[in-house]
Write a protein that binds this ligand. Structure first.
Ligand code: SAM
Ligand code: DTB
Ligand code: SF4
Length: 354
């Protein structure tokens, strides 16, 4: 095809904004990449908002196509979550039952002994989990014996052959480097919501501090796990804004947890209405399109979804579930029910060898 024809063909489909310096080859390459749903870092809020609000079946078709292309095994990963240090957190995250600012009935517990954590990790492995995530209700990591113990936990979990993920609050570059050295697979640190809505949810830290930690994690060569929560009273533009912020990270986070708010008694958000299951599905499908290569994780809030909706989330792009009767401090669906559902649907579960 001559250059002029290519240009007319591509531009008539609105697929590429042609920059004057682009060669035909570059034009075709970019167009091809877009057709494949290649990772992009320039999504706009309006574009993502439109995608989110498109007719449900069109959104599902698009998400499914990208999911099959980028995640052809279709396997579901089972992740086990454990709170290694519970409650009494100085931050005021309005959704969180572990914040010391609210009376939620969560009992404070100091950092667990190493052996207790490894016992749980061994059990998780026996139960079929391939990723073990450890959460601490800290604002940030402090150097000293507790951090040394967390490093031991990471080493122990990795020795079992499991992926190890921790979420410990803010982190400096040296701490990230030491976690990498211990073998950490991924560090979870959520952007949680849009830049604009963030201030109405948390007043004790700035979003930029969150981004700085993500940079430290990335620089250390640890995978970034970052996502957010829906159902906190945010607008649809805020949901789109969260995905735009995640997509602006280069490269995209390897792992993106999508949580539905667990409405914990005593938190300022306890009385909000539950998330509409179809909105949860739309958020997962939109995340799949915007972040094609990332592992999208159907995380907290699954207990409020019926099993059919959960399956639809896996169809539309979710790669994993938290598997186990408890998240950090709140309940999660029964393991036996999850296994039965996956079996009824004929879904394959990721194993340690795969
Ligand atoms: N303190 C660390 C931090 O905030 O990064 C790590 C633990 S914190 C509990 C990890 C994440 O859990 C939060 O960023 C938030 O996205 C999620 N989370 C906490 N409470 C939640 C709730 N009630 N519903 C849904 N997700 C929640
Ligand atoms: C994430 O995005 N979700 C998980 C994990 N990262 C650490 C935490 C969910 C917590 C739900 C509320 C609780 O059980 O305390
Ligand atoms: Fe603390 Fe993390 Fe809960 Fe915020 S989300 S209050 S930082 S434990």
């Amino acid at each position: 095809m001559a250059y002029a024809q290519v240009r007319i063909w591509v531009e008539s489909r609105g697929l590429v904004v042609r920059r004057p310096h682009m060669s035909t080859a570059a034009l075709l390459h970019e167009q091809e990449l877009r057709e494949l749903g290649a990772p992009r870092h320039d999504w706009s809020v309006a574009e993502v908002r439109e995608l989110y609000g498109s007719p449900l079946f069109s959104l599902l078709d698009r998400a499914r196509e990208i999911h099959r292309r980028w995640h052809p095994s279709g396997e579901v990963q089972l992740c086990r979550l454990l709170s290694i240090k519970t409650g009494g957190c100085p931050e005021d995250c309005a959704y969180c039952p572990q914040s010391a600012h609210y009376s939620t009935g969560v009992e404070r517990e100091p950092l667990l002994p190493l052996e207790r954590v490894l016992e749980q990790a061994r059990q998780a492995r026996l139960d079929g989990a391939t990723r073990f995530c450890m959460g601490a209700a800290w604002r940030s990591v402090r150097n000293g014996p507790e951090f040394e113990r967390v490093l031991e936990m990471v080493r122990g979990v990795k020795e079992l052959g499991l992926e190890a993920c921790v979420t410990l609050g803010m982190l400096d570059a040296e701490q990230a480097r030491r976690l990498k050295e211990a073998g950490l697979t991924a560090y979870n640190h959520n952007l949680d919501t849009s830049d604009a809505f963030y201030k109405s949810i948390i007043s004790t830290r700035r979003r930029e501090e969150r981004l700085a930690t993500l940079e430290n994690v990335r620089a250390a060569g640890v995978h970034v796990c970052s996502g957010g929560i829906i159902g906190m009273g945010e607008s649809l533009a805020d949901r789109a804004g969260l995905l735009v912020s995640l997509a602006a990270l280069e490269p995209h986070p390897e792992s993106v947890p999508i949580n539905g708010l667990v409405r914990a008694e005593g938190t300022p958000l306890a009385a909000l209405p539950p998330v509409d299951p179809l909105e949860f599905l739309r958020m997962i499908a939109t995340a799949r399109v915007v972040l094609p290569a990332s592992k999208i994780r159907l995380s907290a809030g699954r207990g409020e979804l019926d099993q059919q909706t959960q399956l639809m989330c896996l169809y539309a792009g979710a790669n994993s579930i938290f598997y186990g009767e408890k998240l950090l401090t709140t309940p999660n669906p029964e393991e036996a029910d999850d296994l039965a559902l996956l079996a009824r649907a004929g879904l394959s579960v990721q194993s340690l060898g795969s």
